[in-house]
Ligand binder design. Structure first.
Ligand SMILES: NC(=O)c1ccc[n+]([C@@H]2O[C@H](COP(=O)([O-])OP(=O)(O)OC[C@H]3O[C@@H](n4cnc5c(N)ncnc54)[C@H](OP(=O)(O)O)[C@@H]3O)[C@@H](O)[C@H]2O)c1
Length: 238
């Protein structure tokens, strides 16, 4: 039996990832932030033996500690952790506008530190699993080599830091036969901007299908440096 954990399953990409992992036969721990979001509860009702729902704010140490203990009581090990939870903050236009540093700290705390909290907290369970794989839903916005924006400071910096924490963790996991994969899910029609992003080219379902295919169906040998891929499995510049 394969066991996976996915964060950010309230809706959007995380919900689709959890749902499609069920279709692939995984037993799934789906983590949501907001208890009022019921889509994941409906999915759990359809798959009572395969899906367990946990609530967690990955921005809070105590919450993540409690999550890891609860998952450890429910699952014997984890093969796969997908860190999908993330926030945008604001799309600030650039250095001449007013920058909201408190908001940037919140974005950094969720996208970079929150991802690290979850991954390090779940390391003992991952170490007991066979695949020992962490997939971080990063973004093209986190690529320093390919940086073209003049703003979105909080989001871009937090995703660059997400890439770095992934690379650091990879250096530990690869020595134990596991790995970290950073992945850009494409431009996805979700509510991350506070409204449905109708300019996006991908539905959450299509993005999730591509992401899972890129990391699970294509052999990804453990390398010295982690893979940084787009949703079609093409390598991204760091
Ligand atoms: N959409 C895109 O075009 C795009 C592009 C590149 C990368 N991404 C990345 O893809 C991932 C998924 O985003 P999405 O587009 O699916 O947006 P989304 O629908 O807003 O999903 C983000 C998820 O993370 C949850 N979340 C937010 N803060 C959290 C916290 N502190 N603790 C735990 N969960 C938290 C959200 O819960 P609530 O909504 O209930 O607060 C939601 O379930 C994010 O990491 C995002 O940066 C998205």
């Amino acid at each position: 039996m394969k066991y996976a954990l996915v964060t950010g399953c309230d809706h959007g990409l995380g919900l689709s990832l959890a749902s499609q992992l069920l279709g692939r036969g995984y037993r799934v721990a789906a983590c949501r932030l907001n208890r009022e979001e019921t889509q994941i509860d409906a999915l759990a009702k359809e798959h009572p033996d395969q899906l367990s729902v946990f609530s967690v704010d990955i921005g809070r140490d105590g919450d993540v500690r409690a999550l890891c203990e609860a998952v450890g009581r429910t699952f014997p090990y984890l093969d796969l952790v997908i860190n999908c939870a993330g926030i945008l903050g604001v799309m600030d236009p650039g250095p001449d506008g007013e920058l909201d540093y408190d908001l940037m700290l919140r974005v950094f705390n969720v996208n970079a530190l929150g991802t690290l909290r979850v991954s390090t907290g779940l390391l003992p369970l991952l170490r007991r699993g066979r695949d020992k794989t962490i997939v971080n839903i990063s973004s093209e916005a986190g690529s320093i080599a390919d940086c073209w924006r003049t703003g979105w400071f909080g989001y871009c910096m937090s995703k660059a830091a997400n890439n770095m924490q992934g690379a650091l963790l990879h250096n530990t996991l690869r020595q134990e036969g596991g790995q970290v994969i950073q992945i850009h899910p494409g431009h996805v029609a979700t509510y991350m901007r506070g409204h449905l992003d109708e300019t996006a080219s991908l539905t959450p379902e299509a993005s999730a299908r591509n992401v899972l295919s890129a990391v699970l169906d294509t052999p990804r040998p453990v390398r010295e440096r982690p893979w940084f891929l787009d949703h079609l499995g093409r390598e991204m510049p760091w």
